[in-house]
Design a protein around this ligand. Structure first.
Ligand code: ATP
Ligand code: MG
Length: 265
């Protein structure tokens, strides 16, 4: 396993071990998972279904409910503060603010009975003390930034009136409303067809550069990683099997499992 050279990691996950309890029996879901996210880079988490990608991402923001959570151990350092030890008021300044999260299912994350404009404006106002009119303007600017044409018009649409690609862009706009330093995106392009997927990946890349953000990008698809990631963490059965710079993974995958994932691309 190759480790990245850390200069100033923004986020450091150390020996993360997560156990669930089902029918009274503890089950290890993640074991000894360690990685770093550098400023202005994208780390991809890859692995087959059930390998623990979503649980790793959710753990960072302590978003796993009890039950099924039984215990969570290790350290998740964000600017040297251990997120696993944050209290509720400390979380208010971090979750959805300095670290934003895009969930695996965009349709479940968007409210079907509210317009895109109402939802983004609400997020904008939750993070900035500005009036409704200014918030609506900011929401339109955000839609423009994520490449949605005629943003003022689109604000009036309900989620089902947008295409899958546009909905995903709207989700990204919402996540950006708090100006996050870290964006965690769980399979944000999986449901999209290949052409739209490429456009949304391009958007992520551009946003990382223009905003100087760090991105934690979860996907089961290594060919998507090739487009976007600087570093890759390969998970299998809740354990890290490989962790290296993208070029190393593609040039010389060390683990047979990574080789197998590569053969699928
Ligand atoms: N709510 C839950 N209750 C019980 N077990 C769960 C729950 N959520 C996930 N798991 C288990 O935790 C393990 C890791 O799941 P996780 O959702 O992180 O996988 P994943 O890599 O994101 O998969 P996918 O590619 O399908 O999204 C799996 O064995 C899964 O069955
Ligand atoms: Mg998942």
């Amino acid at each position: 396993m190759t480790n990245t050279v850390s200069i100033h990691p923004l986020l450091q996950v150390k020996n993360l071990t997560v156990k669930f309890k089902s029918s009274g029996v503890p089950k290890t879901i993640l074991e000894d998972v360690s990685f770093e996210l550098q400023k202005n880079t994208t780390l991809g988490i890859v692995g087959e279904s059930g390998s623990g990608k979503t649980i790793t991402a959710l753990s960072i923001l302590s978003l796993i409910p009890t039950p099924p959570l039984d215990s969570i151990k290790g350290q998740i350092l964000f600017e040297n503060k251990d997120l696993l030890k944050c209290n509720l008021s400390e979380w208010q300044g971090i979750r959805g603010k300095r670290i934003a999260y895009i969930f695996q299912e965009p349709m479940t994350a968007l409210n079907p009975v509210l317009t895109i404009g109402d939802q983004i404006t609400e997020m904008v106002r939750a993070h900035n003390s500005i009036g409704r009119k200014k918030a609506t303007q900011l929401a339109a600017t955000l839609l423009e930034e994520v490449g949605i044409p005629s943003p003022s018009e689109r604000l009036k649409n309900y989620p089902h009136e947008l295409s899958g690609g546009m909905r995903q862009r709207a989700m990204i706009a919402m996540a950006l409303s708090c100006n996050p330093e870290i964006l965690i995106a769980d399979e944000p392009t999986t449901a999209l067809d290949v052409t739209i997927q490429a456009q949304v990946l391009e958007l992520f890349k551009n946003l990382m550069q223009s905003r100087g953000m760090s991105i934690l990008f979860v996907t089961h698809d290594l060919s998507v990683m090739a487009e976007i990631a600087d570093y890759i963490l390969v998970l299998k059965n809740g354990r890290v099997v490989e962790y290296a710079a993208i070029q190393e993974i593609f040039d010389a995958p060390q683990h047979p499992y990574t080789q197998e994932l590569l053969s699928l691309t």
